[in-house]
Design a binder for this molecule. Structure first.
Ligand code: SF4
Length: 203
């Protein structure tokens, strides 16, 4: 399958998830706090290259793939997500995603999706800030889930991602490495293949 087809399939999966999350948010009234970038500044976030393939393809279309790859090669293990855009340098946890449209699967799921605990019960995976600031909504949502409210599941979505490309979907690495691998995948693909007509100017 070519890169563009994979990108379209991943984007289709994200569209399906966005609808489910929007429904879940309306039903539970759970929302991220405006301007909070706390979870994006966690340097231990892990992701797969495949979930960032749409982002990498977009960066490639902008003609910025090589430069972005160089920047990513200079990141160390403590670096926060390369895409993150802090509001200022003093309080780094206030900020936003620098490319929200192309954020990864983990970014979409966290806060509005569930895992299963050792008893097989669905547990909403969300952050401490939401739990503390929206305690009642969180408790009501957890209660509704235990009574059958539909909630997107991490495992289901990662399984669907793996069905698009098992190797790229099943490789779980620190987020900046996932970004780097996604960019390399796109660059390697076009190193041996002609660009689509509209992309010739990038070469
Ligand atoms: S891609 Fe965006 S939402 Fe995901 S961790 Fe990075 S900055 Fe946050």
């Amino acid at each position: 399958m070519n890169i563009e087809s994979k990108v379209r399939l991943v984007e289709g999966l994200f569209e399906q998830l966005d609808v489910e999350i929007s429904t879940f948010q309306n039903q539970t009234r759970l929302q991220c706090l405006a301007g909070c970038g706390h979870c994006c500044t966690n340097p231990t976030i892990e992701a797969s290259p495949l979930e960032f393939l749409p982002w990498a393809f977009h960066v490639f279309l902008l003609g910025k793939a090589e430069d972005t790859l160089k920047e990513l090669k200079n990141k160390d293990k403590q670096s926060v997500c390369h895409i993150y855009s802090p509001l200022n340098l003093i309080e780094s946890t206030l900020g936003r995603c620098g490319d929200y449209k192309h954020r990864g699967l983990i970014c979409r799921l966290f806060g509005y999706a569930a895992t299963r605990d050792k008893y097989g019960q669905q547990r909403l995976a969300t952050c401490k800030i939401i739990k503390e600031n929206q305690l009642q909504h969180f408790q009501e949502a957890s209660d509704a889930i235990s009574k059958g409210l539909y909630v997107p599941m991490f495992t289901d979505y990662y399984m669907q991602l793996n069905n698009i490309d098992f190797k790229l979907g099943n490789t779980i690495v620190p987020i900046n490495k996932a970004l780097k691998l996604a960019l390399e995948e796109v660059l390697q693909y076009y190193a041996y293949k002609p660009f689509p007509g509209s992309l010739e100017k990038i070469a």
